[in-house]
Design a protein. Structure first.
Length: 366
């Protein structure tokens, strides 16, 4: 394979895809729909759309909510520091709520006898309450350690423990993210990739390219790379615009890559099988509907409905595993290891489809 020729084909197809209205709409449509329905559902739920804090807010003092029933010296020292603002709360529940609602990165729960324990040389426990990501409270942990060292003039005299709050309920936009990602991958794999290949056939540009300097394998590989690039780009935009860059991001990206790889190869097989756009469009519509079926039925098992035979059929559709893996990454309390079976299935499907594409190409080149 000539990689210089392959790179030239990829550059050409990247530009041609954007210039083609049908392909451009197919790529952009799921992104726009995910944002529109995300905002719509948030409005119906009485929640405003996510927004970025203005620069003025970012320059405001760091808020430190503190539960301090003993009015300890540590609280007074923190309150006197420039750039920080201590907010005392009256209970542990109020402290957790303050952090969980986004009012602060982290908060402190101090024992009532902290000053007496420090004076006696004991080792009292201070609890650092953080929201999901312990790294967000690192700055407060270091600040507290420094203040305690200055307070007693010795090594850290307390045991500082981190209490991670449960993951909050996902927003309506985040809840539907797995379905929108599956829709995007389905459209790009079932419609965009075969359309790019068949349009070359209809315009006779494919034969011209092959006759001049590129092999059919290089042309197909170039279109596969372009399809995968647009699948990943669309997926990342859907995540970014709908608050999906949190959770186990590596799992989400892995599911998008493996799912995109599998569906792009499905599109290559379709593009190699048909020679006119009318036929491709008809079959692409049918295939896209099949690939979107897991997203349409995603909430049924959780609602206690038994899908029976249909549920078994869904297990052979690649987008089922994309939805499950992304759901684990964004919506589940389970760790990323629970998504490994879904990723393994996607990798296996990609390998089988890759072998099928290679066999089809060899038959074509023979």
């Amino acid at each position: 394979m000539n990689f210089a020729v392959l790179a030239a084909i990829v550059r050409k197809d990247l530009v041609d895809a954007i210039a083609n209205r049908r392909i451009l709409v197919s790529i952009v449509l799921p992104i726009g729909l995910s944002v529109f329905f995300g905002l719509l559902l948030q409005g119906l739920a009485g929640r405003g759309p996510p927004h970025l804090a203005p620069a003025e807010a970012q320059r405001s003092p760091m808020v430190i909510p503190v539960y301090d029933p003993g009015n300890c010296q540590l609280t007074r020292r923190l309150a006197g520091l420039p750039g920080y603002r201590v907010e005392q709360v009256d209970s542990l529940a109020a402290l957790s709520a303050r952090v969980e609602t986004g009012g602060a990165d982290a908060g402190l729960a101090l024992p009532a006898d902290l000053d007496a324990a420090l004076a006696a040389g004991a080792n009292p426990v201070i609890t650092l309450v953080v929201d999901r990501d312990p790294g967000r409270g690192t700055w407060l942990a270091e600040l507290v350690k420094g203040q305690l060292r200055e307070l007693v003039g010795q090594e850290l005299p307390v045991a500082l423990v981190v209490e991670e709050l449960p993951r909050p309920a996902p927003s309506p936009a985040q809840t539907n993210l797995p379905t929108w990602l599956a829709l995007s991958l389905a459209i790009i794999g079932a419609a965009v990739v075969p359309t790019m290949l068949v349009e070359e056939k209809e315009r006779w540009t494919l034969r011209a390219v092959v006759v001049t300097r590129a092999t059919y394998v290089e042309v197909v590989a170039g279109k596969a790379i372009v399809g995968l690039i647009y699948a990943l780009l669309a997926g990342v935009l859907i995540l970014a615009l709908n608050g999906g860059l949190g959770g186990h991001l590596a799992v989400s990206l892995g599911a998008m890559f493996l799912g995109g790889l599998a569906l792009v190869q499905v599109g290559l097989l379709m593009g190699g099988l048909f020679d006119d756009l009318a036929t491709v469009n008809a079959w692409s519509t049918v295939l896209a509907l099949v690939l979107m079926l897991p997203g349409m039925l995603a909430g049924f098992p959780s609602a206690g409905l038994n899908l029976g035979l249909l549920g078994t059929i869904l297990r052979i559709i690649p987008t089922t595993y994309v939805i499950e893996a992304v759901g684990v990454a964004l919506l589940s309390e389970a760790g990323p290891a629970s998504a490994l079976p879904d990723l393994a299935v996607l990798a296996g499907l990609s390998a089988v489809l890759f072998a099928s594409v290679i066999l089809a190409l060899r038959w074509r080149e023979a």
